[in-house]
Design a protein around this ligand. Structure first.
Ligand code: IVH
Length: 692
């Protein structure tokens, strides 16, 4: 029997799911779900919060746009926020948008229809803000969470079509907004190169553009052909245009590329015809678009209309349906991932879906195959929604070949043959072989050297596979002992003295690593970049983290409670981390690896670095025994709120929480005239419910 979750449980589930999807989409440029599934979950969350406002959290996912910036890049606060657009999908919804504007401005029907718009293709890339000071490009940032973005200036400087300086006249300070994209042709060429180098191909041009722009090494961006369509204006000191069309003209004069399909629309009733004509052109364009943006042309009207929540009231995106095609399913391959998940991949007769050749698509999991009753040999309908891996939508049943047999999902790992099981309510079947399964081992090694982890130049997927097969690299520590095999390496096909030296140098260059990268590299389930960062900031040094994690293996331990209490971690993720450390293989692999490395301490603020965390600046001591939580949990909560927690009371201390039988520290706090709180007051300060 399945129980209906309480609103609070459902809220927590949605928050967790959306945060994970955000991380996959923005943090790893690797979407996990379709737009529709994401939008539905987000909508459910917003509606739930409307019914239960008490569930809404200040920094909850419902109030975020995009993802928090990647800590590896510098952060830049946008002078004017970078917002999002509301969507419509058909004429009715567009008509509602128009009447909302008419009502807001107090216009009659004829006046409403007379509103002038500018229509621009909605480019499926990633948005960028370019700051020009006295006509010179000084900063370029991604959208990030809408308020703060990542500093990608060095990378943007490598894009030749973006002007470094503007011809006069220009205002002293100017932010230009636009969309960075990769053309379909360049995307295909890049993916061919990726495959040749044994690297994972990108799912679509948007991900390729995002992955190329968000490179820590700008010389990599320079080798990736990116373009920009400029469309918007951010903060500025004195741009004097009166219409959006004039603004687009101004952008062209400064040397920006404005999308040539942008059009003036003189009556709202002309919109559907424009949508239809652009939808027809869409498959032949050399870049992906996922809709059309309609913007009120007159800037004064834009100003009057203003914004609601995350989006302007004066603009709307009319989204196109995802591009679809029908092709033959040749085979279903079961891939084994780093965490043992068996993922079915459809091998397709290659087909052009809106300008991109697709030969593989995801089938998600066992239940999906059963739901679709998809069989090798079937004709299948596939979809390439701008930003996810192509998906199989269904079978063309009338065309089923007589011999097509139902697909039996294996209950054993296709690689190591260990039993593959489904645990609890998970839809995924996992190989139980752990590190005895070569597929999982190799995937973990590939993850270990990947770009966001150790990022070892010249050690891609293909070399890892061949070194693994030759027995040269079985676990991460072996990578740092490869120099012992220099001669053998030099004799391998495709290698020579120079390339081996280069590889060994690249490995040496990575013997020093930051703590978040190191934690991420271990490939612990559910520890992506963001969670690795949270752990690193909390524990600060490898040895503190390592010690705490060994202690956290035990379910009821203080360290487990403290780990769960870290904002953004929670009990489910804490359990995954504990499960990793509970495996002897993993502990041994770590002990084998760490002597080869210098893992830098992660100093820096515990929560946000704007100084706006509620307890930031406080130096706290907990003394005596607390009755409603452990000391470790109290410490974690205080740190999460921005405080620094120390063991002893000194002149620097600003707050002391007194538990039962507080002794000499309480005395000292009184002597030094330091503010003290009892446990109930502490709970109130931390925003926790009153203890019953
Ligand atoms: S205007 C406040 N115009 O779509 C107005 N956005 O879903 C914000 N986009 O974040 C955007 N083409 O990344 C605008 N011609 C266009 C666009 C465009 C693509 C993207 C942009 C934005 C997202 C909103």
């Amino acid at each position: 029997m399945t129980r209906t979750p309480t609103p609070a449980q459902r809220h927590a589930e949605l928050e967790e799911k959306i945060a994970r999807w955000n991380e996959a989409y923005h943090g790893q440029d690797n979407p996990e779900v379709s737009d529709a599934e994401y939008d539905n979950a987000r909508l459910e969350l917003v509606m739930l919060e409307r019914r239960h406002p008490e569930l809404k959290q200040k920094d909850g996912v419902s109030s975020q746009v995009g993802a928090t910036p990647n800590p590896a890049f510098g952060k830049v606060k946008h002078r004017a926020p970078m917002l999002s657009l509301d969507n419509v999908f058909n004429e009715d919804e567009f008509a509602q948008f128009i009447s909302r504007i008419g009502r807001f401005l107090g216009l009659d029907e004829a006046q409403t229809d007379g509103l002038k718009f500018v229509a621009e293709p909605k480019i499926d890339g990633l948005s960028i803000s370019l700051t020009y000071e006295n006509g010179t490009l000084t900063v370029a940032t991604t959208r990030g969470d809408g308020t703060t973005g990542e500093d990608v200036t060095a990378n943007v400087r490598t894009i030749s079509t973006i002007p470094q300086t503007l011809p006069a006249p220009f205002p002293e300070l100017l932010e230009i907004r636009g969309e960075i994209f990769m053309s379909r042709a360049e995307f295909l060429a890049l993916n061919q190169q990726q495959e040749k180098r044994g690297e994972k191909p990108f799912a679509n041009p948007r991900n390729a553009a995002a992955g190329s722009l968000r490179q820590l090494d700008a010389s990599v961006t320079a080798r990736r052909p990116l373009g920009l369509f400029a469309y918007g204006l951010g903060y500025n000191t004195g741009v004097t245009v009166t219409t959006h069309l004039e603004w687009l003209e101004q952008l062209k004069k400064w040397g920006f590329t404005v999308n040539p399909l942008s059009r003036a629309i003189s009556h709202a009733s002309d919109v559907p015809a424009y949508v239809e004509s652009l939808a027809k052109e869409r498959p032949d364009l050399d870049y992906d678009i996922d809709g059309i943006v309609f913007k009120i042309d007159v800037i004064d009207l834009q100003t009057r209309l203003g914004f609601v929540g995350r989006a302007p009231r004066w603009a709307i995106a009319w989204k196109f349906p995802a591009e679809q095609a029908i092709t033959r399913l040749n085979d279903i391959e079961i891939q084994v991932g780093r965490t043992g998940a068996l993922t079915p991949v459809a091998h397709l007769e290659p087909i052009n879906v809106g300008g991109v050749i697709v030969s593989r698509a995801t089938l998600h999991n066992e239940d999906e195959i059963r739901r679709l009753d998809v069989r090798p040999g079937d004709l299948v309908r596939i979809q390439r929604a701008g930003d996810v891996i192509p998906q199989v939508l269904g079978v063309v049943e009338d065309e089923r070949p007589d011999r097509a047999e139902p697909f039996h999902f294996p209950d054993h790992c296709p690689v190591c043959h260990a039993h593959a099981e489904r645990i609890g309510e998970e839809a995924v079947r996992r190989c139980s072989g752990g590190l005895t399964c070569p597929a999982q081992t190799v995937e973990r090694l590939i993850h270990f050297v990947s770009r966001k982890a150790f990022d070892i130049d010249g050690l891609g997927e293909r070399s890892i596979r061949s070194f693994y097969e030759l027995g040269l690299v079985q676990r991460p520590g072996d990578i740092f002992r490869l120099h012992e095999h220099r001669e053998r390496l030099q004799k391998l096909e495709g290698w020579g003295p120079q390339s081996v030296d280069k590889l060994l140098q690249a490995i040496d260059d990575r013997r020093t690593i930051s703590l978040p990268r190191f934690i991420y590299a271990l490939g612990i389930r559910r520890i992506g970049e963001r969670n690795a960062q949270l752990l690193a900031r909390h524990y600060q040094t490898f040895s503190t983290w390592h010690g705490a994690m060994l202690a956290a293996i035990e379910t009821g331990s203080e360290e487990r409670a403290a780990l769960s209490a870290i904002m953004g971690i929670g009990p489910a993720i804490a359990e995954e981390v504990a499960a990793f450390f509970a495996e002897e293989h993993n502990r041994d692999a770590l002990d084998d690896l760490t002597p080869s490395l210098t893992i830098n301490e992660e100093t820096g603020p515990v929560t946000d670095d704007e100084g706006s965390a509620p307890l930031s600046g406080q130096i706290m001591v907990f003394t005596g025994s607390l009755t409603t939580m452990s000391r470790a949990e109290a410490k974690a909560i205080a740190e999460r709120l921005g405080a620094q927690v120390t063991d002893s009371v000194s002149r620097r201390t600003t707050l002391v929480v007194l538990g039962e039988k507080a002794g000499s520290k309480a005395q000292k706090a009184h002597e030094l005239n330091i503010r003290t709180l009892n446990e109930a007051e502490w709970r109130t300060m931390a925003g926790l419910p009153e203890a019953s």
